[in-house]
Design a protein around this ligand. Structure first.
Ligand code: NAP
Length: 288
């Protein structure tokens, strides 16, 4: 049996891993929320690692509010950099392999073609800078690590772009959505499956990019969510807008190149195709 610890258990990715874990054979997953394991507290991490016989730690804990990070940079760095250093040091001590989730926001978006793993990093905002610092800590401390950079995550759970658009459709509320940025919407289900695959795979250590396939603006993403919405009585007008002012700067183009990932995990997951699956899950969850 492979024992896996997942941090940040109440976040959308960790919750999706919890739903997907039965798809992984011989894998036993323990989840710890921020309340049960605050990753900024090294003693707390050590105590958990001492008590559990862990093979892998999937770090889903993060400070993810990109705009708020500009106002609270200390907190963003504490969670996305200092706490990651803590985790890496404890992983090193207990011989645990770390799977850490990072972001397309480590890039500045000045490229016009998808970013490779070794592409030049130059984050534009505090969130991206703090996440990049977390990556550097891991690379300095550990050999047995996977840094998985992903983009535009959405899920059936709470606050994310997908649910915001669904809510507007339900309320017949019109929307202006920006065409300013291009990236790839990525379903937490696609990523959760990949993370669970890694723990049984003997994959070579290092940095990997993982997103669903294709490119979209936020406007394209919203339109597709609306197109796949089942209740045709509910309609909201979705209009393209040139810009949407935000506190934090975002990369204009942050598509990740998945070539390296596909050499070992060849799954083709079109971003439009993933939306249907998240809709199904959302409906199932609404019944409880
Ligand atoms: N969301 C995206 O579009 C996106 C894109 C690219 C990469 N990522 C990365 O993907 C990973 C998962 O993101 P997500 O969307 O699942 O984020 P999320 O829903 O915001 O979940 C993050 C979780 O971490 C918890 N947390 C915060 N500080 C903590 C601490 N000190 N100790 C332990 N837990 C802590 C949060 O708890 P509280 O809510 O109670 O603070 C929350 O439950 C993150 O590393 C993120 O940077 C996300």
């Amino acid at each position: 049996m492979i024992n896996v610890l997942v941090t940040g258990a109440h976040g959308q990715l960790a919750r999706t891993i919890a739903l997907s874990q039965e798809e992984a054979v011989n894998v036993n997953v323990t989840f710890k929320s921020k309340k049960e394991l605050d990753t900024t507290n090294k003693d707390a991490i050590t105590a958990i690692f001492h008590n559990l016989n862990i093979d892998f730690c999937i770090n889903c804990a993060a400070y993810t509010n990109v705009d708020q990070a500009e106002k609270s940079p200390d907190l963003a760095y504490q969670v996305n950099a200092d706490a990651v250093k803590n985790l890496a040091e404890v992983c090193e001590k207990y011989n645990v392999k770390l799977i850490h989730i990072s972001t397309d926001y480590v890039f500045d978006g000045n490229q016009s073609q998808p970013y490779l793993e070794e592409g030049f990093t130059n984050p534009l905002n505090t969130y991206g800078k703090s996440k990049l610092k977390g990556e550097h800590h891991i690379q300095k401390i550990l050999e047995s690590y996977y840094i998985i950079r992903t983009s535009w995550l959405y899920s059936a759970f709470e606050n994310n772009f997908f649910n915001t658009i669904c809510k507007c459709l339900e309320d017949n509320k019109d929307l202006n959505i920006t065409i300013e940025q291009i990236g790839t919407p990525t379903s937490c289900l696609s990523l959760a499956r990949y993370l669970l695959w890694i723990v049984t795979s003997n994959l070579e250590y290092g940095i990997y990019h993982f997103s669903d396939d294709g490119e979209a603006t936020w406007f394209d993403f919203a339109l597709e969510i609306a197109k796949q919405y089942k209740d045709q009585d509910k309609k909201a007008l979705i209009k393209a807008s040139e810009s949407y002012p935000t506190i934090a700067k975002r990369p204009v183009y942050s598509v990740l190149d998945n070539t390296k990932r596909k050499r070992s995990y060849a799954m083709h997951i079109d971003w439009r195709g993933s939306i249907n699956e998240i809709y199904q899950l959302r409906r199932e969850l609404a019944q409880y």
